[in-house]
Design a protein around this ligand. Structure first.
Ligand SMILES: Cc1ncc(COP(=O)(O)O)c(C=O)c1O
Length: 394
């Protein structure tokens, strides 16, 4: 076999791809593993969305290629949702590009804008595709630490001038994965001004904006005056509408950036299956009342987890949004040792913070993607290990 291209060495497997066989082997041996590691919603979307897909699939004319920009109905649905939820107006021809899930868009945006030697400013901890996309292009990630004392917001003024001179992209993600932190309008306004001053493309990744609790409303970065001059925003139905496997996302905002991105994308894929486009549009234009009920389910799950881990002596904060709890590990433990202990001793699978970057050390991410009974069961199993003696693994 011929050797892989050198750039493949920059990628390596993802944590979840490596975890999968281990969990499968445990399950094959009859072990009841509770998976709180991945951020994959366990609840289905409403029947009406699925029926739209089924009906469209039964039509004879639905099997051909679709326009690269998706259907106009889909773009109108994205624009309608942005107007309704955020008060943001978008031009459906120039300010919206549908994606096959936001992950491919995040990766390809780096390919569209980064030259070898350029810098991409990336939150740490952060969603790993920002980094992998930069590395694949021969660009350099510069990690902006997200620290609890800064409410897990990056300190933009701490980025050295020598780094800024080579930087082209600035990534943000709120509500945040993995920390579940949220950002204010005021912070977004500062980020827009910073991107304007430094000549950066500001990339906001916003798949969790519609999973919020206790009357909190997560803003879109595009709500900020002047944002469209320097920013693009990714959104996705994966989490917002329980449709992770459907692979429906969109990139919105600065028309010039979208034009460049679109040129790359038309060379890579050929849009979606029409029934998926139709059902995705229906998901955004149909009844949205179920989202509030679904958020109540996540809120109840959040309360189970936060209360339990607080009782273990782990001071996790109560998140206002997202599907995660960012939980400190016991003193003296590395997150990886802690995750391995919990998996081996209790069959509960958590995500170590360091897969999101060095600043994830000291934390595990707990996903709220299991029913309340399973979360209760997971917490009961874990409770038996506490108090933990110091492992000295750090
Ligand atoms: C911050 C963030 N961005 C992007 C994605 C990718 O989502 P999608 O399913 O739309 O590709 C995820 C998925 O977990 C995420 O957490």
């Amino acid at each position: 076999m011929i050797p892989p291209a050198q750039r493949m060495q920059l990628l390596g497997p993802t944590f979840f791809a490596a975890l999968e066989p281990k969990i499968s082997a445990m399950q094959a041996a009859g072990k009841d593993v509770i998976r709180l590691d991945e951020g994959s919603p366990d609840l289905p979307p409403p029947r009406a969305i699925i029926e739209t897909l089924a009906q469209a699939a039964a039509e004879p004319g639905t099997h051909c290629y679709q326009p690269h920009r998706g259907t106009r109905a889909l773009r109108l649905a994205w624009a309608g949702m942005y107007r309704r939820v955020f008060g943001v107006s978008l031009n459906t021809d120039s300010e919206i590009v549908p994606l096959l899930g936001s992950k491919e868009g995040v990766f390809h945006l780096s390919a569209a804008f980064l030259n070898p030697g350029d810098v991409s400013l990336i939150p740490d901890p952060g969603y790993m595709t920002y980094t992998r996309g930069a590395l694949f292009c021969g660009a350099e990630p510069y990690f902006m630490p997200l620290r609890p004392e800064n409410q897990f917001l990056p300190d933009l003024d701490a980025i050295p001038a020598s780094v800024l001179r080579r930087a082209r992209l600035l990534w943000l993600n709120y509500p945040n994965n993995p920390t579940a932190a949220v950002a204010s309008h005021e912070f977004f306004a500062r980020a827009v001004a910073f991107a304007q001053k430094q000549g950066l493309l500001l990339c906001h990744d916003a798949p969790y904006t519609q999973i919020t609790f206790d009357n909190y409303r997560a803003p879109s970065l595009l709500e900020i005056d002047g944002a469209k001059e320097v920013a693009v925003e990714f959104n996705s139905l994966s989490k917002s509408h329980n449709m992770a496997g459907w692979r429906v996302g969109a990139l919105m905002g600065n028309a010039q950036a979208l034009k460049t991105f679109f040129t790359l994308k038309t060379n890579v894929d050929s849009s979606h299956f029409l029934p998926i486009l139709a059902a995705a549009a229906a998901a955004m234009t149909g009844d949205q009342a179920w989202l509030a009920e679904r958020n109540q389910v996540y809120r109840q799950r959040r309360d189970i987890v936060v209360q339990a881990v607080n009782e273990f002596g782990l001071p996790a904060q109560l998140p206002q949004a997202s599907i995660y709890v960012w939980c400190p590990v016991p003193a003296g433990w590395t997150c990886l040792d802690f995750v391995n202990l919990i998996l081996n001793e209790t069959l509960v699978s958590l995500t170590p913070g360091t897969i999101f970057g060095d600043n994830g050390e000291g934390y595990v991410r707990i996903s709220l993607t299991a029913p309340a009974e399973r979360l209760n069961e997971a917490m009961l199993r874990m409770a038996k290990l506490f108090p933990l003696t110091t492992k000295g693994g750090k």
